[in-house]
Design a protein around this ligand. Sequence first.
Ligand SMILES: [Zn+2]
Length: 468
Amino acid sequence: MRDDASVAAGPADLILRGGRVLVMDAEGSRAEAVAVSGGTIAAVGSDGEMDGWIGPCTRVIELAGRTVLPGINDSHLHGTHMGVVWPDVLFSDDPAESARVEQARIAGREDIVAAVRTSAEQLSRLGITSYTEPGIGPGEDGGTAVYCGSAALEVYREFALRGELRQRITLLGLYGTMDGPSSLPDVLAGIEGLARAGSDSDPRWLSVRGVKIFADLIPMMRLAWTRHAYDDGSHGGLLVVGSDLESQVASLREMVRAGHLAGLQVGVHATGDRTIQAVIDAVREAVAEPGATPAPELAHTIIHGDLVTGPQLVEMSELGMFLNAQPVIASAAGGMLAEVLGDEVAGAAWPLEAASELGVLALSSDAPMTSPDWRVGVARAEARMVAMGAATDAVSASERLHGLLRAYTAVPAAQDRAASWKGTVEAGKAADLVVLADDPHAVGAAGLPGVEIDATVLDGRIVFEREG
Ligand SMILES: [Zn+2]
């Protein structure tokens, strides 16, 4: 029903009706139709409820049974890097897809502009309307990944100011090199500068209020810091600069604490259980300081989190933190992990189901590490969960699929600290939508990669429509 305020807003610009709308709220609500006015969802409900929203200039799309989801949010995707190497990806569990990311040759700003455009186009085709660019900043100025340097931030700013972004961007500042050592003075200086910096861009399009920290590397290379022993007897270590482990831990904790106290989101590349614990402890410590922001408001994120434990996931949920995991890596790297840490540890790694049930699971591609195709991500996450013993009856599978779809929509909106205005199909939220040819619940997670993406709506505008 329309209330007085919505009558004043006039007829809708766009109506999608006659389909299945998966709202993606926690309850799994459904509707038949959605009306869009300007950049905002005006109404969600039955087909009949849309009649009052139709005016002479309203475009009405008959869904004919197709499905609408909120626009997909890839919560860890290197947009500039992906555009530079497109269509290659580094890592795939499908041998037919496997390709190598060539050493990127990039001369300057125009290459970065072209890379952002390439990614934007490909991501629109996949229904992706938001992503987190996890690490752009002065740390890579003069480094090998120029597309992650300050010039890339300038390019995103210019796209935002011209209103030309085709995805909403959450960007984490980078004050060291990609996959390189984190130095406490450099990160602290970066945090201080970022906290002070004003922004001339609309935060709904470009939000730069977070910092990326590299704490350790990956367990497959025996570099994650873990209580388990690798096959050579070692336990890995930290990537943080320091003379010994004790001083490295102290520096890591200080980085996280400083980020929190500056009011910034902290995204930590952390794969080992000991590393993850150091980050959790630092968040707890920061929150306890007088006047500190409550942790959930900052949505701190463990990126990758391969060896995260069940109790750590519970702690993360208490602190409003997220586990940002990549299903293609989780489903493909288990064998490599078993070689260095044994079957038992590898079998318990990437506990996606436990994370999903606690509401802390945000899924992502880490493109160009893996393909940005989130449909494949959902299928691989399901495969990993079943391999770890998840129940396979129809009701459990359907509930699990709901959780996986939320991990690409509503949960990453919370990771973006934007759950109040995006991530679900509800009146008043941003009109970011994707139209699928079929209902994911009809085909199941394993069948999702075969479902076509028919259209993408960004801020109320159709930015992709499949031909035919
Ligand atoms: Zn990454």
